[in-house]
Structures are given as structure tokens and as C-alpha cells.
Design a protein around this ligand. Sequence first.
Ligand code: UD1
Length: 427
Amino acid sequence: MKKEKIVIRGRKELHGKVKVSGSKNAALPIIFASILSGDLELHNVPELLDIETASKLLEYMGFYVERGDGILKVQELSVKTETPYELVNRMRASILVLGPLLARYGKAKVSMPGGCAIGTRPVDLHLKALSKLGADLRVDHGFIVGEAKGGLRGAEITFDFPTVGGTENAVMAAVLAKGKTVIRNAAKEPEIVDLIKALKLAGAEIEGEGTDTIEIRGVEGLSPILYRVMPDRIEAGTFLSAVAVAGGEIVVEDFPYETLEIVIDKFREAGLKVEQISERKVLVKKVDRLKATNVVTQPYPGFPTDMQAQFMAAMCFAEGTSVIEETIFENRMMHALELKRLGAKIHVNGTTAVVEGVEKLIGAKVNATDLRASASLVIAGLGAENTTEVYKVFHLDRGYEKLDKKLSNLGADIERVEIYEEEREEV
Ligand code: UD1
């Protein structure tokens, strides 16, 4: 893979219009739901590394995948129910093939997943739920091996924690299980609602999406899935952060307003002007220096953990001291160390960061440590003096469609530069 860095010469205001891409976290489970239907046509699919990984995974398993112009088509050919370490290790969401494989084929062998290094991120809750549905699961040489002789059966599942991926896996498995499944303490994230909408259009019988109790009546089979993915709420929120730091006034199109209420509230509390001008369009304007604002990450509808790093970047420049608490992942403060290289005053104690706003940051070389951390560093660079260079850009490319290009179109001085052999990527 070509190695690149992002070079930002900061302190340019943002102006103009930008359109939010399709949601990565909604697209991935729907793509894997093609295992249930054998046939999928998905629209508004973002051009991302994680989507490429998902496509390769399906191809490896014997599906025909076609991609282009935001449309992804999947057709079942001759399926094998195994996934290799090399692909699963790149993306934790690969675990989402487990439920569909067990439901449709009664067996699966899936490598234990990798993905962002933001904590230990076990998959025990996924496995517990699938066992309840009658799967016989064991871990063998780094693989999860599962069998459901005679098929899955509906069951009562109560999650210890409202896990997003666990809920998605359980829903997909239950869609083809015999009888009724009730999932309690289910996650309520909008991406799960999007997955369920796609499944229902293909004939699944599901109620309660977006609440903490989801009921599913198993059906014999699904018809082809034809769906348009929702816009990415985290990308949309990232543009709020970008204006909060760089200043200016932009219009964001395809903005999933109803899914971002708490994020909008927090930015407004900090003094950013966010005005809904039509159902899916907002005007974002920075009027004054931002005021320090506290956030605590929570499962939806709380403040999303995937916006924590970008919000912290904005708070680095705010007037006063903010407290940012991460409650979802135990190791999701790595961006704080990198932000400090730019001169941010942040004190991290466990999963809490105390951010003392400063008048200015000064550009430096920084390392992206995970997907959302990479966005937070790009945003900090937009507000920093001199030049900021963000390394390990592949993290950004996993989950943001052309973020640098979109920011450049808005007037940021940002470019992607290839790294040559003699330049070390570690900084
Ligand atoms: C999804 C999102 C990710 C987001 C996260 C929380 C996708 C592809 N990814 O990840 O961007 O940050 O939701 O909103 O949609 N846990 C367990 N055991 C399990 C499962 C989870 O202990 O079996 C823990 C995790 O370690 C973590 C917490 O539960 O601390 C939340 O994880 P979960 O909601 O499952 O997140 P993901 O589905 O992995």
C-alpha cells in the first residue's frame, strides 16, 4: 500500500458547501446481511478502506461483488463459510458475518477480529447471544468455530451492555431462526435502525428498532436487499468540529439532523451556530471563540464515542476548561497525547481528559492512532499555526470518504503527500 501523510497549513476559514457521504457503520452490517439474502444492491455506499475489506471478505467466501459510483452489488455464488485472519484482522466489524453465516448455512469459522486499537474490545456478548439462539461455539487456534445443527431457534436475549455489533449480529441471526426472538437491552444506534429497515424491506419481520427491546419473528428466507444507506452522522459531526476550530460558515448537505441532537446541542452550548435550513441541510457558523463544554460519551442517544476525539480537538482551542469522559472504550484517549504535541493542554486520568483551552496550537508532526483520532488531528491542524503533518493516514481512509478533499474544497490548505522510503512514518 502507498504510504501517505496529510499536510495542513492551518488557520484558513472554511466556506462553501459540503455533502456528507453514506454511513460506514450502517453500510457494513447491511453488506454482510447479503449473506442472509444471497443478493444485495446497496446505494450511497462510501468509498472507504473498510468497505473494500468487507467486499474482499465476501469475495473470499464465494460471493460476487461489484462496486462503483456509490453502488455495491453482491450475488451469492458458491459459498464457503470461512474467513481468513488477514482480512478479519483489518476490521473488527468482520465479526458481523458470524450471525448471518450461522443463520443461513448452520456453520461458520471466523477469525477473531482486529480493528482499531481502542481497547480490548472482546466479542463475548456476540457469542453469548448467538449461543442463546442455539449455536454451538468454541474458540480454536484464533478462530471462532460455530455450528447450528438443525438451524437456529428463536430465544430471549438480554445483553449485559447495549453493544452495537452484538445487537446487529443477533438481529441478523434471528431473522432466519425458527420462531420468535426478543432482544432486551438492545443498542439503539441509528445504524442498527438502518440495518433493520433494509432487512424489513427484504421480508424480515422485526419490531422495536430504535428502542431497547427488539422482537424478531424468523422467516424462511429473504428476498434481495435493495436499499440506500443513511448519511454518516459521525462525518456530519466532524464538519461541526472543523468549523468550530477553523472558523467560517458552511452548509452541510445530507446532514442526518435527527441522529445528531446531542452533538448539535453540545456544539451550540460551546457557542457554535448550527441552524437547520431544511430537513437534511444545516448551516454551521463560528461567531466567536468557543467556550469550554463538558461531554460524557454514552450509548445512543447519548454523546457518541466516535465524536469524542473530534470534540476534544475543538475544546483544545476553547475558552476555559472542559472535562471529557469516555465511558464506552477503556483506551480511547490516545489522540490526547498527539494533540499535546501541538501544544494542547490536556491532562488524562484513566478515561477522563481535562482540557484547558489555549489561545493557539502550533503545527507539528503527529501520528494518527485510530480512525477518529486521525480526524481529530486533522481538525486540530486546521486551527494550528504553521504546518501540521498527520501520519498513518490509512486510519483516516478506513472510515472517511475523501475528508481531506472535502476540506480542501471548503478552503482549507490541506494536501495528501506520498511518503518516500527514506522518511520514517513513525514520529
Ligand atoms: C460500533 C461502531 C464503532 C463505535 C461503537 C460504539 C461499527 C462498525 N462500529 O462498534 O464505530 O465506536 O459501536 O458506538 O458499527 N463489548 C464487549 N463485548 C462484546 C462487545 C462489546 O465487552 O462482545 C464492549 C466493547 O469492548 C466496548 C463496548 O462494549 O467497550 C461497546 O462496544 P460495541 O457497542 O459492541 O461497539 P462495536 O460494535 O464494536
